[in-house]
Design a binder for this molecule. Structure first.
Ligand code: PEP
Ligand code: MG
Length: 595
C-alpha cells in the first residue's frame, strides 16, 4: 500500500483535474507469473487454455466477418491468418505438455511455449516466417487476455469514477472508456499532440503522461488525483488535499468553456486592421457547435475517423450521410471541412486488418488506406458528396505524400460523382478538395500539389514528427519534437508560398495553430486561416488583436533568417513577452534595436 499524499510529476496532456480510483491496465504479457500447480489442477488448467483459444478464434471470426462487410475480402485476410494461428493444434499441445510435465499454470506455460516459437521464427532465414511474428503475438495477447480474464472486465462501466493507468490507449479505447465512468488517464506514452492527447482534450478528460515508472506506486483501487494543467499526480491524497482539489476541479473545468460561451464575437483582427480567419477542429459533433455557429466560426478540420471509434465499427453510407449532412446544415452557410478517414498509425481500425507493422506511423495510414480500401472509400465519398448539396462542404485528404496519390484520389472522387449523377442523386459538383500538408514530401511537392488542389491545410502535428523523426506520442524523444525548428518552418513557408502562387488558400490545423508563441510568426507568413480546438479560439483571437500585421510580417522574415532552433525560440519568446505586456510601439522595432 502506497503512503499518503505522494506527489509525482508528469507531462500535462489534457487540462483539468480528475479524481477517482486508479485502475491499472497493463499489457497481459507483463502480468504473468509462474505458479506451480498440484496434479489435480492439470485438467482445469488445460481446460482454461482450450476455452481461451476457442474464445479468441470466435472473436477473430467475428472480426473477419465485420472486416469483409466493411472493406472487402482483401482487408480481412489478416484475420484469416490469425484464425489459423489460434487454431494451431501443435502449438496448443506443446503448451499442454508444459502444463502437465512442469506442473505450471496455463498462462506461464503459454508464454514459455510462445517464446520458443518466436525465437525459432526469428532465427529463420525465411522472411515471410519472420513476418508472422506480429500476428502470432497479436493472437497470443488475445488468448492470454481471455485466460487472465482481462478484456478489461468493465464492459458495463466502472462503479466509481475511475482513472485509467496504462502504457497508452488508442482513440477507440478512449472513446469507449469515456462512456464508462472513466474520468481521466495516466499513461506512459501519448504526448499532447498525439492522437490520444487530441481525443482526451476534445472529450474534456484530464490526462497526464509520465515516466515509465509512473504507475509503479499505484495499484488498482488506490485513490488518485491527476492534474492535467501542471502534470501533477497525487497518490492517496489526504482529506484536506482531496477537498482542495475538488474546489480546483470545479473552477478549472469551467474556465476555457466559459470563456467561449461568454464570447460575444470572435473575429480576430490585428491591431492594424488585418483580418485572419479562425476555424474549429472537431472530432465529434458536440455541445459547443451552437456557440461556434453563433460566433460565425466554421469547421476547419472534422476528423471523421472518430465516427468509427465512437461506434467501434464502420458506419454505413446512411449513417455517415446523416452525420455529414447534419453538421453541414447546422453550420450552413459557414464552411465545414470534412477530412476523409485518417486511419492507421495509432488510429488502428481492426476491420482493416494488416495490423502488423514495425513502424505504423510510416506505414499504412491516411489516404493510402482509403485508396487501397475502395469499398470503404467509396462509401465515405458517396456520403460526403450527397451531404455537399448545401454548398458549404469541403473535402480534405489526410497524409498525402505525393502528387500521384492526389491524382488517383481526384479520379476516384470523379468516378464517385459520375455514379451519383447516373443515379440522379444531387451533390455539389464544385465541392473543394484540399490536401493536408503533413508529410515533408508533400511540403516539398507543394508547387505541384497546389496546381491540382483547391486548398491546403498544414497538419503540423505530423509535419513536425516526420520532419524531426520524432514520434509525436513518445515522451523519450519529446525533446526532438521541435515545432519551431528552422527545418519545419522552411516547409511551412514553402507550402504557404506554393499555395499563394497558385491562388489557393492555406490553413494550419495542427496544434501549432493555437500556440500564442507561434501566432505572430504564422500570421506574418500570411496564412489564411488558423483552425484549432474550440476552447482556444477566444484566447488566440484576443492574442492576434494585440499586434500589428506589419510587425508580424517583418518578424517572420527575421525568424526565417535564424539558423537554429535555439535562436528561433529566443526570438519567439521575446515577441511573446512584448505582446503580453502590450507595450506601446512596435515590438519588432524594439527587437531590432536591441540586436
Ligand atoms: C496534424 O497532423 O497536424 C493533424 C491536424 O492531423 P492529426 O492530428 O489528426 O494527425
Ligand atoms: Mg495528421
Amino acid at each position: 500500500m502506497a503512503k499518503d499524499n505522494i506527489i509525482i510529476n508528469g507531462v500535462p496532456v489534457s487540462g483539468g483535474v480528475a479524481m477517482g480510483e486508479a485502475q491499472v491496465l497493463r499489457d497481459p504479457m507483463f502480468q504473468i507469473v509462474r505458479r506451480t500447480i498440484p496434479a489435480a489442477r492439470i485438467k482445469s488448467e488445460t481446460a482454461r487454455l482450450e476455452e481461451a483459444s476457442q474464445k479468441a478464434i470466435e472473436e477473430l471470426r467475428i472480426a473477419k466477418f465485420k472486416a469483409i462487410k466493411a472493406v472487402g475480402e482483401q482487408g480481412a485476410s489478416v484475420f484469416e491468418a490469425q484464425v489459423m494461428i489460434a487454431s494451431d493444434r501443435q502449438f496448443l499441445d506443446s503448451v499442454i505438455e508444459k502444463i502437465t510435465v512442469e506442473r505450471v499454470n496455463a498462462e506461464y506455460a503459454f508464454q514459455e511455449a510462445l517464446a520458443v516459437t518466436i525465437n525459432r521464427l526469428n532465427d529463420s532465414q525465411d522472411q515471410s516466417l519472420r513476418h508472422m511474428i506480429h500476428d502470432i503475438r497479436s493472437v497470443s495477447e488475445r488468448v492470454l487476455s481471455f485466460m487472465m480474464g482481462i478484456g478489461d472486465g468493465h464492459e458495463n462501466g466502472f462503479d466509481r469514477p475511475t482513472i485509467l493507468i496504462g502504457r497508452i490507449f488508442s482513440p477507440g479505447q478512449i472513446m469507449s472508456y469515456a462512456k464508462r465512468n472513466v474520468v481521466g488517464f495516466l499513461t506512459e506514452e501519448g504526448g499532447p499532440t498525439s492522437h490520444m492527447g487530441l481525443i482526451v482534450r476534445s472529450l474534456g478528460l484530464p490526462a497526464v503522461m509520465g515516466d515509465y515508472s509512473i504507475g509503479d506506486d499505484i495499484t488498482s483501487g488506490t485513490q488518485i488525483i491527476i492534474d492535467g494543467n501542471n502534470g501533477e499526480v497525487i497518490i492517496n491524497p489526504d482529506p484536506n488535499t482531496w477537498r482542495n482539489y475538488r474546489r480546483i476541479r470545479l473552477r478549472k473545468r469551467s474556465q476555457p468553456f466559459a470563456l467561449l460561451l461568454k464570447s460575444r464575437s470572435i473575429s480576430p483582427v490585428c491591431s492594424d486592421g488585418r483580418k485572419i480567419k479562425l476555424a474549429a477542429n472537431l472530432e465529434v459533433p458536440g455541445s459547443l457547435d451552437e456557440h461556434l455557429v453563433r460566433l460565425g466560426i466554421g469547421v476547419g478540420l472534422y476528423r471523421t475517423e472518430f465516427l468509427y471509434f465512437s461506434k467501434q465499427s464502420f458506419p454505413d453510407e446512411e449513417e455517415q450521410y446523416d452525420v455529414y449532412y447534419g453538421i453541414a446544415r447546422k453550420f450552413n452557410p459557414l464552411p465545414v471541412t470534412l477530412r476523409t478517414f485518417d486511419l492507421g498509425g495509432d488510429k488502428y481500425a481492426k476491420e482493416l486488418g494488416r495490423i502488423s507493422e514495425d513502424n505504423p506511423a510510416l506505414g499504412w495510414r491516411g489516404i493510402r488506406v482509403s485508396l487501397e480500401s475502395p469499398k470503404m472509400f467509396r462509401t465515405q465519398l458517396r456520403a460526403m458528396l450527397r451531404a455537399s448539396v448545401l454548398g458549404n462542404l469541403k473535402i480534405l485528404l489526410p497524409m498525402v505524400s505525393d502528387v500521384e496519390e492526389l491524382i488517383a484520389t481526384l479520379d476516384f472522387i470523379e468516378k464517385t460523382k459520375r455514379e451519383l449523377k447516373r443515379a440522379h442523386i444531387d451533390y455539389d459538383d464544385n465541392v473543394p478538395v484540399g490536401v493536408m500538408i503533413e508529410v515533408p514530401s508533400a511540403a516539398m511537392s507543394a508547387d505541384y500539389l497546389a496546381e491540382k488542389a483547391d486548398f491546403f491545410s498544414i497538419g503540423t502535428n505530423d509535419l513536425i514528427q516526420y520532419t524531426m523523426a520524432a514520434d509525436r506520442g513518445n515522451h523519450r524523444v519529446a525533446k526532438y519534437y521541435i515545432g519551431h525548428h528552422p527545418a519545419v518552418l522552411q516547409l511551412i513557408v514553402r507550402t504557404i508560398h506554393a499555395a499563394h502562387q497558385n491562388g489557393i488558400p492555406v490553413s494550419i490545423c495542427g496544434e501549432m495553430a493555437s500556440s500564442k508563441t507561434m501566432a505572430p510568426f504564422l500570421v506574418g507568413l500570411g496564412v489564411d486561416e488558423l483552425s484549432m480546438s474550440p476552447t482556444q479560439l477566444p484566447v488566440i483571437a484576443d492574442w492576434i488583436s494585440r499586434f500589428k500585421y506589419i510587425d508580424a510580417k517583418r518578424f517572420s522574415s527575421r525568424v526565417m533568417r535564424l539558423g537554429n532552433a535555439e535562436k528561433v525560440s529566443r526570438a519567439l519568446k521575446e515577441a511573446y513577452d512584448y505582446i503580453k505586456q502590450q507595450r506601446k510601439g512596435s515590438w519588432l522595432d524594439e527587437q531590432t534595436r536591441r540586436r
